[in-house]
Design a protein around this ligand. Structure first.
Ligand SMILES: NC(=O)c1ccc[n+]([C@@H]2O[C@H](COP(=O)([O-])OP(=O)(O)OC[C@H]3O[C@@H](n4cnc5c(N)ncnc54)[C@H](OP(=O)(O)O)[C@@H]3O)[C@@H](O)[C@H]2O)c1
Length: 165
């Protein structure tokens, strides 16, 4: 990838799903620092130390699965979504936003890029309307407290219902 950058064929290099250990390792040997680390990040998997580590080293964090991924699909995973969390619901109501908007705004206020996916046009619009409000520091702290350190992205276990084990 570095050769491709030097040849002018690639502008920036990204890494994905690198934890602190791998990112530190990469920084030790990379001649060109990765521009971005795309990692799973949402209120149930906040990854504070990894996010801070990347940002301290000038690596932009992109939050994939920013809504909790397929667990946000309540038809499949009824009780596991951070969008259903009581704290998220109450705060969403307080700000006059949907739980998804609140969760995306939380990601932005952690200085991450958020890349939600939806199959529904109306949700595309909903997910864009996150730039007209600020979550207070106090409420960010409340969201911090609901972290479950739970990865929802476990392809090997995806079709078993027990995705959080
Ligand atoms: N680098 C990696 O290893 C990696 C891994 C996983 C994902 N990703 C990337 O991350 C992006 C998002 O991933 P993802 O789809 O897994 O997670 P996600 O965006 O967190 O969740 C998508 C789910 O949320 C629902 N949803 C979307 N907007 C909603 C809203 N406003 N209210 C309620 N539910 C909503 C969608 O259902 P509907 O379609 O019914 O709206 C879908 O079930 C994709 O670009 C994906 O490629 C990267």
């Amino acid at each position: 990838m570095e050769d491709l950058v030097n040849m002018g064929l690639v502008r920036s290099i990204g890494i994905s799903n690198y934890g602190v250990f791998l990112t530190r390792d990469c920084l030790a040997y990379a001649k060109i620092k990765p521009a971005v680390n795309q990692i799973e990040m949402h209120p149930y998997f906040q990854r504070d130390s990894l996010v801070k580590f990347c940002q301290k080293h000038g690596i932009c964090v992109t939050a994939h699965t920013p809504l909790g991924g397929s667990t946000a699909n309540t038809k499949l995973f009824s009780s596991l979504s951070c969008l259903d969390d009581p704290v998220i619901k109450v705060l969403a109501e307080k700000y006059g936003k949907t739980p998804a908007q609140l969760v995306l705004r939380w990601g932005l206020q952690k200085n991450a890029v958020v890349i939600p996916k939806t199959s529904k046009v109306e949700r595309l619009q909903e997910n864009l309307e996150v730039f007209d409000f600020d979550i207070s520091d106090e409420d960010m702290e409340e969201i911090k407290a609901i972290d479950k350190n739970c990865r929802s992205n476990q392809p090997a276990k995806f079709w078993g219902i027990d995705v959080y084990s």
